[in-house]
Design a protein around this ligand. Structure first.
Ligand SMILES: C[S@@+](CC[C@H](N)C(=O)[O-])C[C@H]1O[C@@H](n2cnc3c(N)ncnc32)[C@H](O)[C@@H]1O
Length: 495
């Protein structure tokens, strides 16, 4: 009888009951008991000693206090490595998982304390509770400025940067930077960074988030006070956002974006169109523009509020974010490292051989997120030829799922070979990647138990290029169970 793999799997499933009955299986009952049952179960006498110390006290020195809300095993592991790799001063300056070293509060704790973000009045209690529960993981610094899908947990990136042995003065690369999480964390930690993304919108968004760490506050506050005129200005040159529809702006696109030089663009646009607030400062202009695009995107997805009210609420939040992080950074501005956000292709990195001290990236989740579809609004607004860009986007090339997977594999091998080329020997390339073996099993026609996850694919693709696995951590993904269940941090070392 030929069984399909699902039936076969069901038949082969071993139950706890059957395990004790299986011949030759080593279970408690397989060998004769050496001690009485109750003695075998407990190490008598040690209970009080054992319970008097928690796991945290056993693992970390007493003077290190972990941040609140540390509740996952991978976080504990990263915290453990941080405690082994960083000095006390290093933990205070750059640690991701500690609130206090002795009597001194860490910078991470200070950055994340206080009201997490200013959410608009109408925000759901679910959203509010999300920001409170994730206060030390995400939403701090300028990470919350634009809700980019598939974004890293910033705290995890900070932890990884430490665990990979990167120090102030070193240089880290994210070849698929998305919204620039790695660059922002590195800048705050005094580590130089370079990021690349095929999407011009990602480059723009990343640049604004980096600049927001130091954007002059007086003109952005002034713009908030004059919110209506700022909004009218953008509407006049770009058209009114469409409410609750996936339709694009009706006006001609491409008028707002500064592809090569923000300065040049702002000078041109401001003098022509008479934009008043902070128009001579490119960082201010781009900050307001990102808020406008953010608001327009929201209006397109939901018509609960008028586009103007959306813009007002978002700009208020942006100003709050910039004020909050700049308050923490007072006196430390000179410690911020240089960062470069580039538009480009990760398969052909514009970077010299062996010039990078560490790489962190998260590849597109191949079949889960169509970034171009997601960002189509902003991209067409910025004058991008979306269909041309689609040809460059890894994970989107190909018609059938099978073709997409094959092209994904070919493309990712090129990315890994580029990573190996630019990374210094002995250094680490960390890939954060989710996998869904059920989905892969259907695409590849392989039983779920035999599927090689995307994490394993990366280990295999890295080897011929001298990238070898030294550690793999995993974390569970909540809220995306139907597409992605587990995310892995795959650390490959360049030999
Ligand atoms: C999972 S996202 C990265 C998110 C990022 N880690 C963050 O924190 O925002 C993957 C990114 O890969 C980019 N990408 C796709 N194909 C690319 C290519 N050929 N070269 C560079 N970037 C590419 C996408 O535009 C997307 O932003």
């Amino acid at each position: 009888m030929i069984l399909n793999y699902k039936e076969k799997e069901k038949r082969e499933r071993i139950t706890m009951g059957s395990l004790t009955k299986m011949k030759g299986t080593r279970t408690k009952r397989a060998s004769p008991p050496l001690v009485k049952e109750e003695e075998a179960t407990y190490e008598v006498g040690n209970i009080t000693d054992i319970l008097s110390r928690g796991v945290k006290e056993s693992v970390f020195p007493r003077h290190l206090e972990l941040v609140p809300q540390l509740n996952e095993l991978y976080e504990l592991e990263l915290a453990y490595y941080e405690s082994k790799i960083l000095t006390d001063e290093g933990i205070i300056r750059n640690g991701a998982y500690f609130a206090r070293v002795g009597d001194t509060l860490t910078r991470h704790f200070l950055m994340c304390s206080g009201e997490p973000v200013r959410l608009p009045q109408h925000s759901s209690s679910r959203l509010r509770s999300f920001f409170h529960t994730n206060q030390f993981k995400t939403g701090y610094a300028t990470h919350g400025l634009f809700p980019y899908r598939g974004k890293f947990h910033p705290q995890m990136i900070k932890g990884l940067i430490n665990v990979m042995g990167l120090k102030p003065g070193d240089k880290v690369l994210d070849p698929m930077m998305g919204s620039g999480t790695v660059l922002i964390e590195a800048k705050l930690m005094g580590i130089k960074s370079v990021g690349v993304d095929a999407s011009p919108f990602c480059r723009f968004m990343t640049q604004v988030k980096l600049d927001a760490l130091t954007v002059p506050l007086i003109p952005v506050r002034e713009a908030l006070k004059n919110c209506r005129s700022v909004y009218d200005y953008f509407v006049k040159i770009a058209g009114q956002p469409n409410r609750g529809s996936k339709k694009r702006f009706e006006k001609e696109s491409g008028d707002l974006f500064a592809r090569d030089s923000a300065d040049e663009y702002v000078a041109r646009s401001a003098s022509k169109k008479g934009f008043p607030w902070g128009s001579e400062i490119p960082e201010v202009y781009n900050f307001l523009l990102l808020a406008y695009l953010d608001a327009a995107g929201y209006s397109e997805r939901s018509d609960r509020k008028s586009p103007y009210d959306q813009f007002h609420a978002i700009l208020e939040r942006y100003v709050f974010v910039a004020e909050k992080i700049q308050t923490v950074l007072v006196g430390a501005e000179s410690e911020l490292a240089e960062s470069k956000a580039l538009e480009g292709d990760a398969r052909r990195l514009p970077i010299e051989n062996s010039s990078i001290d560490g790489i962190i990236f998260s590849p597109p989740y191949s079949f889960a997120i169509d970034y171009l579809e997601n960002d189509s609004f902003h991209l067409s607004f910025l004058g991008t030829d979306i269909e041309k860009l689609r040809e460059e986007m890894i994970g989107l090339r190909g018609r059938t799922l099978r073709q997409k997977f094959d092209l994904y594999e070919t493309d990712m091998e090129k990315v890994l070979s580029e990573c190996a080329r630019v990374l210094r020997p002995g250094r680490i390339c960390a890939i954060v990647v989710g996998t869904n073996n059920n989905q892969l099993s259907k695409i590849l026609g392989v039983p779920p138990g035999e599927v090689k996850g995307i994490d394993e694919l990366f280990v295999q693709l890295g080897k011929p290029h001298g990238l070898h696995l030294i550690r793999k951590l995993s974390r569970q993904i909540t809220g995306m169970a139907n597409t992605m269940r587990t995310e892995f941090i795959v650390m490959l070392q360049r030999r």
